[in-house]
Design a binder for this molecule. Structure first.
Ligand code: ATP
Ligand code: MG
Length: 564
């Protein structure tokens, strides 16, 4: 493609899936003009990459079909919900590249309406106040193969129910003393229809409504009615809610809602070597197994961000895994492949040495500093070049040298010539050791005719090494990550904690980096040549740099695919 030709359209063609097909059919048949979807997180933890899939799906459908997607906090459980989570969720959705515009809602916005609708159900004989305890309700619910039994309080009069429900609201009863239940069918083959609980007494301060309420609607009562109030056309959720759909529809049918929404279910995202469960991730945070919700090993969106994964890579991964109706576990290598694909295109190349050993170039003048012009990103000419200083003393990677080279080791060894990338060819002429016999310094000579990394006589060393001028280098701590779990299917043995990888973080101190790396802002990921992708950690300070390794360069996805 010539530089003049127009760039291709930036948005890749979206693939269709069974939910997009339903939306398209609804539009074609005139049932809707544009979809209204919603992403409904409960603010009881940070979002993880499973939520990213749901975000990409809901916001993606709205965008593609000219509709809207609401961000709705499902804040019906004040005991577990916090403002910190609300803030992080909004930041994460925005960072992923989506915008809810004016459509920010909370289930708590509808508490008055939901209460009125609960009263409506009571008035129509469709709900009753039950004095059974949570345990008793569970015991009388029956099983998959046997029906439940009616509560002795099921046949209370409408007047008594209205009175008790009002007193529940007024705070007359303790937590758990009474609940409001729908009156449906204790013999229904669907356990969700066996007089499900609609309201609970919870004396707790709510982040938004404060102490206005001491009764709170259950997920089942709040969710569909919130969808109805917001005019949601396609209420998309994960498969575990499929068995709740009859209740969702029952409530919408029995209430004077302004709009009839429909629920559709898709398979949740699972990924190897990690766990996507807010409850478990919270445990890791609370028990100090990780540095926090945004620890770079966490599958949270904030963790992936801190790790240096670009939002585009996560979105592309969501597109790649698609939307299906059958549960599946995706190989984490696919996510890494999508991330590398973006970073290879977008990240600037730099030199950094993780485990440095000094090389002294004996025939290079002590007071001379040469400046090498080095391409920032061979994949992107617009990224330009930068000046990299070269001087007599350099750092190279300790394992790029072997005093007695193994048969297939082609890098530096005594008497051997290698290329220093974008600089000169050097030949190792000597080795300095400490009292214990450990190599502490290398001596070498350079060939001035090879400036830039090419020899006029066509000599081609078998290895090219990265390097940093010792006088100009900046030291850094580098954190190297491995999977959080030792096995692809953590917890199969019944104990997730037993499968935690004790070596999931390795801290390297004394790495030596090209000075320009001190200026990389948090949020930008660069490639350290030959080593991988790295990003400054939020802990990084100008005088104490800290980098995270995002990923190594090795893409294991191709191998996975070849195996079929
Ligand atoms: P977790 O099980 O991790 O606690 P959750 O389902 O309780 O998650 P919610 O805040 O209720 O978390 O989820 C918000 C939305 O994200 C829901 O519509 C839910 O279906 C969806 N979601 C949650 N986990 C996944 C996942 N692994 N894959 C796809 N969508 C998910
Ligand atoms: Mg949930």
């Amino acid at each position: 493609m010539s530089p003049e030709s127009p760039s291709p359209t930036p948005t890749a063609p979206e693939r269709s899936d069974f939910i997009r097909d339903i939306v398209a059919a609804d539009i074609a048949a005139g049932r809707i003009t544009a979809p209204v979807t919603r992403f409904p997180p409960e603010p009881n933890g940070y979002l993880h990459i499973g939520h990213a899939k749901s975000i990409c799906l809901n916001f993606g459908i709205a965008k593609e079909f000219g509709g809207t997607c609401n961000l709705r906090f499902d804040d019906t459980n004040p005991v577990k919900e916090e403002q910190e989570y609300i803030d992080s969720i909004m930041a994460d959705v925005r960072w992923l590249g989506f915008d809810w515009g004016d459509n920010l809602f909370h289930a708590s916005d509808y508490f008055d309406q939901l209460y009125a609708w609960a009263v409506h159900l009571i008035e129509h004989g469709d709900a009753f106040v039950d004095d059974l305890s949570a345990d008793e309700i569970r015991e009388t619910r029956g099983t998959l193969t046997s029906p439940g039994t009616n509560s002795p309080f099921r046949d209370r009069s409408v007047e008594e129910n209205l009175d008790l429900f009002a007193r529940m609201r007024a705070g007359e009863f303790e937590n758990g003393a009474r609940v409001l239940r729908a009156k449906i069918d204790m013999a229904s083959p669907n356990i969700n229809l066996r007089d499900p609980v609609l309201y609970r007494i919870v004396h707790a301060t709510h982040p938004r409504t404060g102490d206005t309420w001491c009764i709170y609607p259950t997920y089942d009562f709040a969710h569909g009615q919130s969808d109805a109030i917001e005019g949601v056309t396609h209420s998309i959720c994960t498969l575990e809610f499929e068995v709740h759909r009859p209740l969702y529809d029952w409530l919408v049918e029995h209430l004077p809602v302004p709009h009839v929404p429909h629920q559709y279910e898709f398979a949740r995202l699972n990924i190897t070597y990690t766990v996507l469960s807010k409850r478990f991730l919270l445990k890791l945070v609370q028990d100090g197994f990780v540095r926090g919700w945004d620890d770079p090993r966490m599958p949270t969106i904030s963790g992936l961000r801190r790790r240096g994964f670009p939002a585009e890579g996560i979105r592309n991964f969501a597109t790649e895994v698609g939307v299906a109706k059958a549960d599946a576990t995706h190989d984490v290598a696919l996510l890494e492949h999508e991330v590398r694909d973006v970073l290879n295109r977008t990240s600037q190349r730099r030199f950094g040495v993780l485990d440095p050993i000094k090389v002294v170039i004996e025939n290079f003048p002590d007071d001379l500093v040469e400046t090498m012009e080095v391409v920032n990103n061979p994949e992107d000419p617009s990224a330009g070049e930068r000046a990299v200083p070269f001087s007599r003393e350099l750092w190279i990677e300790r394992d790029d040298f072997m005093e007695e080279p193994a048969p297939k080791f082609f890098r530096l060894a005594p008497g051997r010539e290698v290329r220093l990338r974008n600089a000169y060819f050097i030949t190792c002429t000597g080795v300095e050791k400490d009292a214990s016999g450990r190599v502490v310094e290398l001596r070498a000579t350079y060939d001035p005719a090879t400036r830039g990394g090419d020899s006029p006589d066509g000599r081609r060393p078998k290895a090219t090494l990265h390097w940093v001028s010792a006088r100009h280098a900046v030291p850094a701590e580098v954190r190297l990550y491995d999977y959080l779990f030792t096995r692809p299917d953590p917890g199969v043995g019944g104990d997730l904690l037993a499968d935690l990888n004790p070596d999931s973080e390795r801290i390297v101190t004394g790495a030596m980096l090209e000075a320009s790396l001190a200026k990389v802002p948090v949020g930008e990921t660069v490639q350290f040549e030959r080593l991988g992708y790295f990003t400054p950690d939020v802990d990084s300070r100008p005088d104490a740099l800290v980098f995270n390794r995002t990923l190594t360069l090795k893409d294991t996805w191709a191998k996975v695919q070849a195996k079929g």
